[in-house]
Design a binder for this molecule. Structure first.
Ligand code: NAD
Ligand code: SER
Length: 320
């Protein structure tokens, strides 16, 4: 694995994953791409290609031009935006994915990583310690596209030997780039509002328990799975990975330890219905056994780090 293309590289995860990849593989071996190049948090040190993944020819040209052998395909429409525009979610998440798979097979790439999500679960899934293998009948278009993505990964792995890997990311919390329109975005917004105004109106219910992960664990998990020995890997669509699980009221109480005057109120919107059928926690024993997954961050350490770094970003004097 020498030459990596990241699609959707200017988003919440890509903007930080590219930095970790630069450290591991060298800046010259990491090509970043996105449909836009004017997004906050843009990566400047890598070669950047403006690339729409729904344009199969442009994608193939970029792969050939840079002699790419690995793609990490992050370009996607997330859950809340996907419910607002299901056709767009299908176009980017399925048509774009099929373009990437076809190029990966045609150019005989070594490896293709495509994230999945906790959104693959749904009303008929087991939602506490959600198993790796369970009924996956989501009730969002985003979830539908992620289940199809997992099935395609299994299919092309078995049919053509394409080395596809994926993680069912929980809600990712970070301070570098804002999240891109998901149901778990509240767990990032809350830190900005706590520091700026001392209060936050949450769009989920107070007791909506969801699995979450801090960005340093997310980028490490992604790099570790990408580098893992293929032999023990039995899952190609998406591994469950656990780190922490909490509700908005538990996160608010954690923030109150450092900002005692902080208040939260609740005005649930359509995202409440999305969160209702996502798991409260996941069983990640397959990831632990097959590639050694271990989280390092919990709600306490994440909250301290988020408050410190968001305050610095906002130029607010704040000490823990
Ligand atoms: P994001 O929305 O922050 O970033 C996605 C990027 O894709 C954006 O920069 C956007 O400009 C780009 N993009 C959109 N359409 C494109 C197109 N046609 N061609 C090329 N680029 C395009 O998303 P993210 O949070 O960084 O998510 C990355 C991946 O991880 C996605 O597959 C997402 O479903 C998955 N995921 C994320 C989370 C999370 O909490 N962030 C959780 C579960 C799964
Ligand atoms: N964080 C993502 C979302 O809310 C989960 O896939 O859409």
């Amino acid at each position: 694995m020498k030459r990596i293309l990241i699609t959707g590289a200017l988003g919440q995860i890509g903007s930080e994953l590219s930095v970790e990849f630069n450290r591991r593989y060298g800046v010259d071996n990491v090509i970043t791409s996105d449909v836009n190049n004017d997004v906050h948090g843009a990566v400047t040190e890598n070669v950047f290609e403006r690339l729409d993944v729904t344009d199969a020819y442009a994608l193939e040209r970029v792969v050939k031009r840079h002699k790419i052998d690995t793609i990490v395909h992050l370009a996607a429409i997330l859950s809340a935006r996907g419910e607002q525009n299901p056709d767009l979610a299908w176009k980017i998440n399925i048509d774009g994915l099929l373009n990437v798979i076809r190029v990966a097979m045609a150019q005989r790439l070594d490896r293709l990583m495509v994230p999945s999500s906790i959104a693959v679960f749904g009303p008929t899934s087991v939602l506490y310690d959600a198993p790796q293998e369970t009924i996956l009948k989501p009730n969002t278009m985003y979830g539908v596209t992620k289940v199809i993505g997992e099935l395609l990964a299994d299919y092309y792995y078995k049919k053509s030997g394409l080395d596809m890997r994926g993680i069912r990311y929980p809600g990712i919390i970070s301070y570098h780039t804002m999240p891109g329109g998901g149901t778990t975005d509240y767990a990032v917004e809350i830190f900005y509002e706590a520091l700026k105004s001392g209060s936050y109106t949450c769009f989920l219910a107070p007791d909506a328990s969801l699995p979450m992960m801090y960005m340093p664990d997310c980028v490490r998990a992604t790099a570790e799975l990408l580098e893992a020995d293929p032999a023990p890997l039995k899952v190609h669509g998406g591994y469950n990975v656990g780190a922490m699980s909490f509700t908005p009221e538990v996160l608010a109480a954690e923030i109150c330890k450092y900002i005692p005057s902080f208040t939260i109120d609740y005005k649930p919107d359509f995202r409440r219905e999305i969160a209702r059928y996502w798991p409260a926690s996941v069983d990640d024993s397959a990831a632990r056994a097959q590639w050694g997954w271990r989280p390092e961050w919990n709600i306490e350490t994440m909250t301290r780090d988020m408050l410190t770094n968001v305050a610095a970003k906002l130029g607010i004097d704040f000490e823990i």
